[in-house]
Design a protein around this ligand. Sequence first.
Ligand SMILES: C[S@@+](CC[C@H](N)C(=O)[O-])C[C@H]1O[C@@H](n2cnc3c(N)ncnc32)[C@H](O)[C@@H]1O
Length: 268
Amino acid sequence: MTYAELYSYAKKYLTEYEAMCMTEDILGMNRALLAVHGGKPAEHSGEFLTAVQKRLSGIPLQYATGKAYFMDRVYFVGEGVLIPRDDTEVVVRECMEHMKGNEKVIDLCSGSGIIAVTLAKAFPKAEVYAVELENVPYGYLTKNIAYHQANVKAIRDSIFNECMEGEFDIIISNPPYIRREEIPHLQKEVRFEPESALDGGINGLDFYRCIAEKWVSRLKKGGQIFLEIGEEQAQAVSQLLAVRGITEIGVVKDIQNLDRVVFGTKQF
Ligand SMILES: C[S@@+](CC[C@H](N)C(=O)[O-])C[C@H]1O[C@@H](n2cnc3c(N)ncnc32)[C@H](O)[C@@H]1O
């Protein structure tokens, strides 16, 4: 089949947007290239047709193409790793606004590595660490670090363990934060994503409690913490941080005006 035939085939079954994403991500053809080379026999046609079938069976577009975008960079993803969300840009931007550039940073629950890679690329002098427990996400994390030639050290461990020595200037995290009982009721596409990336325990706060109890003490004096949160968790997370000595606590909203980030500073 030619590139144009593959694109038309995808467009027949999927939205035009999805057909174009697949054409770009799998065949490497944007609209302009398609206009010039559309009549040529396509490479990767088998992969393309498989991806269309996957999407038709309800698998999220990013798993079907194997690629996701976050803040202008492409990341490898697949079943078993959380698909990066635009919401996560809020915590990354807040952190970047506070950074000078030479800090020691740790990204807890790193998944595909979007947070750690974005910070390391923005601040090449920063010392960035990324902690991820699960096998599949850890594989994508290391692949994405290598692909972007980002100066990030990946650590495979649980944040519930004492998994690194030393103190940090910045802790950042988008941990699992969905209440366990909500998980079966999530949208169909989210249910393709790994439960280990979603399940925040009975009240959704297990990881924030762990970060407050185990990690805040690892912040240097004057160090800062930035946490992505669920829309109803700002008060509870702020309290968890406040009792561990975090002050100047702030909440940042996302573009839908929902609470999305809690941040603060360790004074002592
Ligand atoms: C909500 S996802 C966030 C991934 C990534 N930070 C992002 O924003 O796309 C949470 C991640 O935490 C990882 N995780 C779950 N339990 C963990 C643990 N005990 N220690 C470290 N990582 C864990 C999951 O595998 C998943 O990749």
